[in-house]
Design a protein around this ligand. Structure first.
Ligand SMILES: Nc1ncnc2c1ncn2[C@@H]1O[C@H](COP(=O)(O)OP(=O)(O)OP(=O)(O)O)[C@@H](O)[C@H]1O
Length: 574
């Protein structure tokens, strides 16, 4: 299917990019940014295009905005002036952090969170919450993306894993919502009563959606008027049965399918959404998600809808699709597009064959190279299960997460891992993206990932928020094609431990077709086991019997009260 057509079919595209709405949007940014030169230019242009002599009305709006800016700055005297005040300051900051920006009328970045108070009257409780969480300085993507979003710009944001993209879209989402619901804005004609959901964040996995919700809940703690919800099963049922109205919330965090099913049942109204954020956007535009993304965008019918996409890896084709549904996007790239975080030391280990991989991991454990907490990625569910049974047999404190485990089991394992009760987590790519475990020391790719993007995201579970991390990738003779994509990423980030000379230098480039094939057809791999077949069959039979009796026991129990409570908590009203 043609991705572009699939995505744009029925979506609310703003084709008239020079339309008056967009023009006003850009000039309000200029006015609020106190860029006198651009303001003068706007007035000149307005005079030119004032065919119907209603310039006064437009002027009145501009004056109002100016008043508002003055008003906003009142009471800010206790703060130092913004760190970034001129284009020269901005270029210095961009050079220092390796930020590339493009687009029209780019606003100045911020140099500190306090700049947000001076320039955008950031809510003080919101600022206090940020500081309380230890976020004293904005990260590079936050420096650029927050002001861009405050000026109502569509954003394409690409920055390394673990570099704070979540707050880069959450902070402006909360502040612009506060601006929207403030009495001053309602006087300006924006009705606040019954205005419905204002912001929507869509992420590809439940774990990630819940994590975003948790981060949001922390920063809006005590900020009045913000009602956020994570669209879990229980909330979806309540919305469907009209026990709760969707207008009760103003920000919703969700995965695509759950949202779509509510839209189709008329149980949720997305027509008032002002700002939609697609997190892990390249995933959201992949063939298995693109139709869902299209349906969500189509349901967001507000003509002033702002769209932002964020990821550590945004390919050119994804960017092309995104650009086609955006209006004057500001493009922000921190570092190299699709590159690994430079805080991660990367190593390649040749293991010969499957048996060699088990030997290699056991050697790492014995020689102290295996430093918990560790995440191990495998290519499929049966392989993740098989390695789990091997390592648990060795007495390692380990558990496994994959799509066949229930949501409750997944949540429990993640909690245990976060609390440090588990040393090692085995998983499939279900946890490759976005999940933020702060202190992961090491990621092991037991199986080579199927693309450069998958590699960047998997190893990005370590080396987060400025910490150092380590990533080890095993490969065997069946991986000769796949490993080339990994080596390319390693070379780009200058971390090439274990890469043989012939792989480093003499590698013919893989064609697009070959890369596509590798993504679609998983490599056929040998069995993970050191146990003879007959014994492993006996072990499996015993395990199946135990699993079966556990399942029966669970079915006979009344619903777990505590988990039900957790589910309700996720629909949190401040
Ligand atoms: N300004 C800041 N100062 C210090 N830590 C921060 C700041 N902003 C975010 N963080 C922390 O950095 C960590 C990584 O942030 P986040 O999960 O948003 O990364 P990300 O860029 O979205 O990564 P990924 O691409 O893997 O999804 C989190 O623990 C977050 O709390």
């Amino acid at each position: 299917m043609d991705l572009f057509r699939a995505l744009t079919r029925g979506a609310s595209l703003d084709k008239s990019k020079s339309g008056s709405g967009s023009f006003t949007k850009a000039t309000s940014a200029q006015i609020r940014g106190q860029q006198g030169k651009q303001k003068a230019l706007k007035e000149e242009v307005e005079k030119e295009i004032d065919f119907f002599h209603d310039h006064k009305i437009e002027k009145h709006t501009a004056d109002e905005l100016e008043d508002e800016t003055k008003d906003k700055n009142e009471g800010q005297d206790d703060l130092p002036p913004p760190k970034i005040q001129t284009e020269e300051d901005a270029s210095k900051l961009r050079k220092k952090y390796g930020i590339k920006t493009s687009g029209e009328d780019l606003p100045l970045p911020i140099g500190s969170f306090e700049d947000l108070v001076t320039r955008f009257k950031l809510n003080r409780t919101l600022l206090d919450n940020l500081l309380k969480e230890g976020f004293t300085e904005p990260t590079p993507i936050q420096c650029e993306a927050i002001p861009a979003a405050m000026y109502d710009r569509d954003i394409i944001g690409c920055a390394p894993t673990g570099s704070g993209k979540t707050l880069a879209f959450l902070i402006p989402l909360v502040q612009s919502l506060l601006d929207f619901i403030s009495p001053k804005n309602s006087v300006k004609g924006k009705s606040t009563k019954g205005s419905g959901i204002y912001g929507l964040v869509v992420s590809p996995t439940k774990e990630l959606a819940y994590q975003i919700f948790s981060e949001l809940s922390k920063i809006v703690n005590g900020v009045p008027g913000i009602k956020v919800a994570y669209l879990n099963k229980s909330l979806a049922a309540k919305l469907r049965n009209k026990v709760i109205q969707s207008s009760k919330f103003n920000i919703i965090i969700t995965t695509p399918l759950r949202l779509i099913s509510l839209v189709e049942d008329d149980a949720i109204d997305l027509s008032h959404i002002h700002h939609i954020v697609l997190d892990e956007a390249d995933k959201m535009f992949e063939s298995n998600f693109v139709e869902q993304t299209d349906r969500i965008l189509t349901a967001c019918t507000n003509p002033h809808l702002r769209r932002s996409i964020f990821s550590a890896t945004i390919t050119s084709s994804v960017e092309e699709i995104a650009q086609s549904v955006m209006t004057y996007p500001e493009r922000i790239i921190v570092g190299h597009k699709e590159a690994a975080n430079t805080n991660i030391e990367q190593k390649l280990v040749f293991c010969g064959d499957e048996h060699g991989k088990l030997i290699a991991i056991r050697n790492m454990i014995q020689q102290g190279e295996f430093k918990p907490p560790v995440i191990i990625f495998l290519q499929s569910i049966p392989r993740a299960k098989a390695l789990f049974h091997e390592l648990i047999y060795d007495g390692l404190n380990v558990d496994v997460i994959h799509a066949e485990r229930t949501q409750v089991q997944r949540e429990k394992v993640l909690e245990k891992f976060k609390r440090g009760e588990l040393w090692c987590l085995i998983c499939t790519d279900v946890l490759a993206r976005g999940i933020d475990f702060k202190g992961i020391n090491m990621v092991i790719n037991y199986d080579v990932p199927n693309s450069a993007q998958a590699y960047v995201h998997r190893i990005g579970r370590t080396g987060r928020a400025g910490r150092i991390g380590r990533a080890v990738t095993f490969y065997t003779k069946v991986d000769m094609d796949l490993v080339k994509t990994v080596v390319n990423v390693m070379k780009q980030s200058g971390s090439v431990e274990g890469v043989p000379k012939w792989l480093r230098e003499g590698m013919p480039k893989l064609s697009k077709k070959k890369k596509h094939e590798l993504k679609r057809n998983p490599v056929k791999r040998g069995r993970i086991s050191t146990v003879p077949n007959i014994d492993s069959r006996k072990r499996k039979k015993r395990r199946d019997m135990i699993d079966g009796s556990k399942r029966r026991e669970l079915l006979n129990k009344p619903k777990n009260r505590k988990l039900q409570d957790n589910d309700d908590q996720a629909a949190n009203i401040n």
